[in-house]
Design a protein around this ligand. Structure first.
Ligand code: ADP
Ligand code: MG
Ligand code: MG
Length: 254
């Protein structure tokens, strides 16, 4: 489904290389975790896959269903079923969550093979999705992201995922800002939403989230490269040993 090939990325216009040759293959039905120390390039990776204009791909490719998406803007990527949380980061005064979400849903409906929903149908459609993440229904009438706590923003991401039902979800630091109850709700939501036909990439600094969501593969990113990949046991090893032993490994291998 998603393939990153020797991906090199710089900050647009600054000539600072952040990703230095990332290779990754994600098939449908799989959950991948990308872990690594602060500043290793994890968030940059998720933004680049989403098509964030701040970053420039200088070498390599991003393939979705075998086709390059490098020339596609974030909206066009969403039409293909890619979901990346940064797509709705800002507070939009006056626009309610309900309005934005329904618009997002209807915008991609045709390309995802779904019917568009009118306001009443949409109200009905989101009911059980609110329950899934234990979200207060009044949330739908609030302005987009206005006054949200970190935890609420993360819950909101999972709610968006539930509503839009993307084929690929890329979730960055899903555990940050969550207390233990919210973490369980968010993890439970992801587990319930994930199925045979979609894929999830979780980007996380801590092992904690992986107590609740079992990844099929774990990758460690250091210095803009994936330096080690393994199964879920790798996450436990990282919890035990930290990242230092891999940092040395990364240096030795250039
Ligand atoms: P992580 O998510 O793993 O903590 P990031 O992807 O946020 O790492 O950042 C990787 C490195 O790239 C850091 O050194 C960060 O300061 C740098 N970086 C990321 N975005 C920019 C930017 N827009 N301008 C300058 N440096 C950046
Ligand atoms: Mg380069
Ligand atoms: Mg980050």
């Amino acid at each position: 489904m998603l393939e990153l090939k020797d991906l090199h990325v710089e900050v647009e216009g600054e000539g600072i290389e952040i990703l230095k040759g990332v290779n990754l293959k994600v098939n449908k039905g799989e959950i991948h975790a990308i872990m690594g120390p602060n500043g290793s390039g994890k968030s940059t990776l998720s933004k680049v896959v989403a098509g964030h204009p701040e970053y420039e791909v200088t070498k390599g490719d991003i393939l979705f269903d075998g086709e390059s998406v490098l020339e596609l803007d974030p909206d066009e990527r969403a039409h293909k079923g890619m979901f990346l949380a940064f797509q709705y980061p800002v507070e939009v005064p006056g626009v309610t969550n309900k309005t934005l979400l329904r618009e997002s849903y209807n915008t991609i409906a045709a390309s995802m093979g779904r019917e568009e929903l009118d306001p009443l149908q949409f109200e009905d459609y989101v009911k059980d999705k609110l329950e899934l993440i234990e979200m207060n229904p009044e949330f739908l009438d609030r302005s987009v992201n206005a006054g949200f706590s970190g935890g609420e923003k993360k819950k909101n991401e999972i709610f968006q995922m539930a509503v839009l039902k993307p084929r690929l979800s890329l979730l960055d630091e899903t555990d940050s800002g969550l207390d233990i109850d919210a973490l369980k709700i968010v993890s439970n939501g992801i587990n319930q939403l994930h199925g045979e036909d979609d894929a999830v990439v979780l980007i996380t600094h801590y092992q904690r989230l992986l107590n609740y969501i079992e990844p099929d593969f774990v990758h460690v990113m250091i210095g803009g490269k994936i330096v080690k990949s393994g199964k879920k046991e790798l996450a436990l090893e990282l919890e035990d040993k930290g990242y230092d032993w891999l940092e040395e490994h990364a240096t030795v291998n250039g």
